[in-house]
Ligand binder design. Structure first.
Ligand code: AMP
Length: 395
């Protein structure tokens, strides 16, 4: 029998809540870290987005958080981006509500006055990006001195984004003898310095980077013509519920969004130059299914988890095979499989052959035009192509 959440020490009411969400058996990172987290130990988890780390840290957090008479928060989650703060709070808020705990996500680009008011009414768990959090602390609107549990999420990205000094500033302002849980895709370099300085006798847990493997999804390589390329994408989007489309540049993303709109596709875009509310709306619309396609740059899409993306389209070829897997990993999440479609214009063919070699894929680049009937049922096409490929390999 596999381990259950209750075997890990998760209380019945929370396990039951998870069950109501269809979450029955814990993922490896959860099996490893929840017991230590519940025991109050400092934890370093080497894990990536998609591994299930959100539950790994939020279950211990919720279990131990006790509302204070004066409404001061005792649990804090620090995360690098607004999107992640939102994503985490969507997981934590309803689960914390099972215990009557109040959760608040604080990040820039939202109404400060309103946030200050909410905080003054009492909050138990804060999920924050460092910048906005420090702003609130500086204004005297938020008190972190009595925080008892702090999570540093995606510490490697914090480092990449230059946020570690701010993270350390916040950690220094906690006056209690608190528990710290740190999660990061890498635990060396600047992240290790933070671990050395701020964690005490931490247990280290590592899950194999759940980078999707080539075998876990279908692959199609389509040779397209420049003038017909947008139309091909529009047909692909039509054939699935949700498609994520990657471009190399922000301008490229904008242009593709406009072009797809002209083709009648309900599409949004996320990239670094767009205003926060813009990005959030695009994400929310995509998650809820209001729009079927999301155009993204690599940076903007890092760390995002969106369920049920049937197809990932590499509109511009990925920089290298790692980027290919990273982008393609937006499909095939949590056991579901999807299809990655790479579009190749004539002058990109060499680069794509090289990419295929790196990935260990030997597939033909199939020339298509937007009126190709196979585009109407892309998933079937990919599946058939895949079995043909496997059959070939056996010969
Ligand atoms: P995370 O890495 O925390 O963003 O989680 C990635 C995805 O896996 C989310 O969609 C979670 O809802 C889902 N998930 C996390 N833990 C489990 C679990 N034990 N069983 C099924 N799904 C899970």
């Amino acid at each position: 029998m596999s381990t259950s959440f209750q075997d890990l020490g998760v209380a019945q009411d929370l396990a039951q809540y998870l069950h109501s969400q269809g979450i029955e058996s814990p993922f490896p990172i959860q099996v490893m870290t929840i017991p230590d987290g519940l025991a109050g130990r400092d934890v370093c988890g080497k894990a990536q987005t998609g591994s299930g780390k959100t539950l790994a840290f939020s279950l211990p957090l919720i279990e131990h958080t006790v509302p204070q008479d004066d409404g001061v928060p005792t649990s804090l989650v620090l995360t690098p981006t607004r999107e992640l703060a939102n994503q985490i709070s969507k997981v934590v808020e309803p689960m914390a509500a099972v215990r009557g705990l109040r959760t608040l996500a604080v990040y820039g680009g939202t109404n400060l006055e309103k946030q200050i008011e909410t905080i003054s009414n009492g909050v138990d768990i804060i999920i924050a990006t460092p910048g906005r959090l420090i702003d609130l602390i500086d204004r005297g609107a938020l008190d972190v001195t009595r925080v008892e549990r702090v999570v540093v999420d995606e510490a490697d990205r914090m480092a990449d984004m230059g946020f570690l000094p701010q993270v350390e500033w916040v950690l220094r302002h906690i006056e209690t003898d608190h528990q710290t849980m740190l999660f990061s895709a890498t635990l060396d370099g600047a992240v290790d310095t933070v671990i050395q300085r701020h964690l005490s006798d931490p247990v280290r847990h590592e899950v194999e980077a759940k980078e999707v493997t080539v075998e876990e999804m279908g692959h199609l390589f389509l040779g397209v013509h420049h003038m017909d390329k947008v139309k091909v994408v529009a047909r692909i989007v039509d054939s699935v519920d949700k498609a994520m489309i990657f471009t190399r540049t922000k301008r490229g993303a904008d242009r593709l969004q406009r072009d797809l709109e002209r083709e009648g596709v309900a599409v949004g875009a996320i990239h670094g130059d767009l205003r926060q509310n813009h990005r959030e709306k695009a994400l929310a619309d995509f998650t809820s299914g209001r729009i079927k396609a999301l155009v993204a740059t690599d940076v903007a899409a890092r760390g995002l988890h969106i369920d049920e993306v049937g197809v990932v389209v590499h509109y511009d070829p990925p920089e290298d095979h790692k980027t290919y897997l990273h982008r393609s990993g937006r499909t095939a999440r949590a056991g579901e499989s999807g299809v990655a479609v790479t579009l190749s214009e004539w002058d990109e063919e060499m680069a794509i052959r090289l990419l295929q070699r790196r990935l260990g894929l030997q597939q033909p680049i199939i020339e298509v035009f937007s009126n190709d009937e196979r585009l109407a049922d892309l998933l079937t096409w990919a599946r058939e192509d895949e079995s043909a490929r496997r059959a070939d390999q056996k010969v």
